[in-house]
Ligand binder design. Sequence first.
Ligand code: SF4
Length: 379
Amino acid sequence: MHYFHHTAPANRQSRRGFLCSMLHVALSGAGAVLFGASGGGSPVVRPGSGKREGVAPRGGGDAAGEHEPRDRGIEAAYMKLHGSGELQQRGERLWRMMESCELCPRRCRVNRLEGNEGFCRASSQLEISSFHPHFGEERPLVGSGGSGTVFFTNCGLRCVFCINWEISIGGEGEQRSIAALADMMLALQKRGCHNINVVTPTHYSPHIVLAIDIAARRGLRLPIVYNTCGWERIEIVRLLDGIVDIYLPDFKYADGAMAAKYSSGAESYPGVTGAAILEMHRQVGVAKPAADGLVHRGLMIRHLVMPNDVAGSKKVIDWIAADLPKESYVNIMSQYRPMYRAFDYPEISRRITGDEYKGVVEHARAAGLTNLDIQKYPW
Ligand code: SF4
């Protein structure tokens, strides 16, 4: 059910009133079934599989300590903005942007608030595929309790080799309210996760910020990991300043022609992503593990090595080495495998070779990068 397809037309209300009323419906989750927040059972909790409860009241009501984080003493960035009321204001500002959506570089300018879908296939109705503690993310995010991942449905980049294509392109997931997303965050904290890791968040950034505000009121204290394809408008990243503690962007391509070919015409990818990453670094700095080995704040870049140097890996590495501190965290990923429509492109229809991977690693070392996450060679 899309809440916004059949609502009263705006001409019966002021425009501001209309937007506010739409936001209220999304926040309250009217008609939605929430996830159970008990955190028990299977480590993978899919929408609809949890214990069913009523809508959590805004303004709190949880017993103190009910959702206590494991990593006490670390204050997430958003607590300051939450305390001043600015976190909610930022969420509402992002929300209003969906009236003529330019939340990502596609800049579709569709009115998502009226139920229209842009290139990403998202309306203003939040859709989520799953949430669970994830133990396969970068070690400084996983620790002993896992990274608390929430997988969002749909995507604005739509790569032909997407490993999560059923979710990002196929639309796998269920409609959820913002209050339900806040419940998920609290459930992940209660399970002992070390962070809240929002995967493919860009098109739902308004919902995420508003959910953080609700969850913070109810005891959320974990840092937010913004796990993005990297293709982000700098104006939107600036609105996340003081909200996100850990940016986890991909840097997929050095060449716009490659980005256009394999990521649905996203020719602007290298320049837009580079600018976004610089802004992310300005906000949170270099990712440095704390005494417990976990990263609680900083920039962590992922680069996926692709067959036949489609990604332009050495150029990506050179850009990082030249424009960011040498101790910047860079995960050089070896796990490419052809998925989805990759077999339509012979040059990317195989895994990478050991020599291809090692060549990129050696180049990164020669470029002076000192904080490389090198993966075990699968060969
Ligand atoms: S978030 Fe979706 S609707 Fe908005 S500009 Fe991007 S692709 Fe278009």
